[in-house]
Design a protein around this ligand. Structure first.
Ligand code: FES
Length: 178
C-alpha cells in the first residue's frame, strides 16, 4: 500500500525533527515518510516494490522512538508476517511516517543482490559485505564469507517459499471475500 503524505499544517511543515540513523543525528520534517528521510541521508535500501509494502528491502530496525512513527499498516503487518524478519522492532520504512523526534534507526548492513545471475557471477569471491535476498531481505551470505553455490540455492529456495506464501495468502484472501 502506497501511503499518501499526510496533509501538513503550516505549524507541522515548520516542525524540524531530529532522527538518529546508525548513530548519526539528522534533521527531518514532521510527516516525512521514513524511507524518504533515510534515502535523503544515503541509506542503502533497495525498495524493490517501489514503496508498496510488498517486499522487505526497505526494512530497518527501530531502536527507540517507535511511538513517534505511524502504526504499522495492514499491508506492512501482512508482509512482515510472510517474511522471515522476526525482530519486533523491524519496520518497513516505506509504510511509516515520522511524527516526532527521538527515533533511532539501524539500517541493515549489506548489499541487496539484484538477480540470481548477479549472485552467480560472484560465486568464488569473498563477500566484502553481507548479501541480502532481493525481496525478503534475508541474509544469503554473511560479510567476510566465501560466496558459494549454496547461496544461490538459498536464494532460489527463498524465492519458492515466498511464492508459495504469497499464493496461499492470495487464496485465503479470495476465500474470505467470497
Ligand atoms: S519498498 Fe517494498 S516494502 Fe517498502
Amino acid at each position: 500500500m502506497i501511503l499518501s503524505e499526510p496533509t501538513t499544517t503550516m505549524k507541522d511543515a515548520d516542525a524540524i525533527l531530529t532522527l538518529e540513523i546508525d548513530g548519526e543525528i539528522k534533521q527531518t520534517r514532521k510527516g516525512t515518510r521514513l524511507l524518504s528521510a533515510l534515502l535523503a541521508n544515503h541509506a542503502k535500501l533497495l525498495k524493490a516494490c517501489g514503496g508498496q509494502g510488498r517486499c522487505a528491502t526497505c526494512h530497518v530496525f527501530i531502536n527507540k522512538g517507535m511511538e513517534n512513527l505511524t502504526p504499522p499498516t495492514d499491508q506492512e503487518l501482512m508482509t512482515l508476517s510472510i517474511m522471515k524478519i522476526t525482530q519486533e522492532n523491524a519496520r518497513l520504512s516505506c509504510q511509516c511516517m515520522i511524527l516526532g523526534s527521538g527515533i533511532s534507526v539501524t539500517v541493515p548492513k549489506g548489499k541487496y543482490v539484484g538477480t540470481e545471475a548477479e549472485l552467480e557471477a560472484l560465486i568464488g569471491q569473498r563477500a566484502e559485505q553481507a548479501l541480502f535476498h532481493p525481496i525478503t531481505g534475508e541474509v544469503l551470505v554473511d560479510a567476510g564469507k566465501l560466496i558459494l553455490r549454496s547461496a544461490l540455492q538459498k536464494l532460489q529456495t527463498v524465492n519458492q517459499e515466498f511464492d508459495t506464501a504469497m499464493r496461499s495468502l492470495v487464496t485465503r484472501k479470495f476465500m474470505k471475500e467470497k
